[in-house]
Design a binder for this molecule. Structure first.
Ligand SMILES: Nc1ncnc2c1ncn2[C@@H]1O[C@H](COP(=O)(O)OP(=O)(O)O)[C@@H](O)[C@H]1O
Ligand SMILES: [Mg+2]
Length: 270
């Protein structure tokens, strides 16, 4: 069973930077982040709820700036100093790291191999930084003090009391930037752009404004949840197209199928 809805549902499983949509919040946050990366700041804190688009934005920034300035992106978290330093070394010099026994040793090696007087600081984008142990964050902070490196910590903010409240983030971070959930208008744009990018003009207006609002209520504007919901939704369409095409022929989406998808995605309970 494979039909046009098979490809359409796949749109919501996409992870490429080419699928980047210029939402108001992403554009604003993108500008702020890029400015921060270019200012002589040592530490930047970038936070937002899971699914708001932080990793996506980091990838986009990395993709856009990588050729213009020294930039490193670590999507995966680190749990110990030695591992972190070895990976940093490998990213910088493009070769396997020697035995490194701590951040001071690393800094010595780095200075030996580069002319640090002429160098612009290397910016390092750290994703999933809420998982980094405190000792490692402390070492990273000390490395930032040398001004040879600038670090951007990306953190999931779930509750007010969590990581953000940790002392070093409140007292030592120089600048912090939040990525909020999307608004209804942004959700509308998100869907339109997604369909446009994939040349799906026929379903650009599949959702009525009231249905967009319903999608927004269900997902609270969280794009990861939106993807999950619409994947399920088009899976239902895919099924009916194959088995009962008369049920998916209308001009507008059927709200009943949105509800079924929402139940399936665990967003509402039957
Ligand atoms: N600006 C954007 N353009 C297109 N898709 C986006 C954008 N921001 C987020 N997304 C979508 O939302 C999903 C979740 O975003 P992600 O960056 O993984 O969130 P976070 O890292 O904050 O948990 C992504 O997989 C992507 O499909
Ligand atoms: Mg992420």
């Amino acid at each position: 069973m494979s039909n046009r809805f098979t490809e359409i549902k796949q749109i919501f499983a996409e992870e490429s930077v080419f699928d980047y949509v210029n939402l108001d919040k992403s554009t604003l946050t993108y500008e702020k982040l890029v400015q921060c990366i270019q200012k002589p700041l040592k530490l930047i804190l970038f936070y937002g709820k899971p699914g708001t688009g932080k990793t996506f934005l980091l990838r986009k920034i990395y993709h856009d700036l990588e050729k213009k300035q020294p930039l490193i992106f670590f999507p995966q978290p680190f749990f110990d100093e030695i591992q972190f330093l070895a990976s940093l070394y490998e990213e910088i010099f493009n070769e396997k790291a020697p035995q490194i026994n701590g951040y001071e040793h690393f800094l010595r090696l780095y200075k030996e191999r580069t002319n640090t007087h002429e160098k612009v600081a290397i910016s390092v984008l750290l994703d999933e930084a809420q998982l980094y142990p405190n000792e490692l964050i402390e070492k990273i902070r000390l490395m930032a003090d040398t001004r040879l490196f600038k670090f951007l910590f990306t953190i999931h903010k779930t509750e007010k009391e969590d990581v953000l409240a940790k002392e070093y983030f409140t007292t030592r971070i120089w600048e912090s930037i939040e990525l909020p959930n999307s608004s209804v208008a942004e959700l509308q744009i998100y869907l339109e752009k997604k369909f446009l990018f994939h040349n799906r003009f026929e379903i650009l207006t599949l959702f009525k404004p009231s249905q967009i609002r319903y999608l927004f209520e269900l997902t609270k504007g969280n794009l990861r949840t939106v993807n999950k919901l619409l994947y399920k939704f088009f899976e239902i369409y895919e099924y009916y197209e194959a088995n009962k095409p008369s049920l998916v022929g209308g001009k507008y989406a059927n709200t009943k199928y949105i509800q079924m998808a929402a139940i399936d995605a665990g967003l509402i309970h039957a």
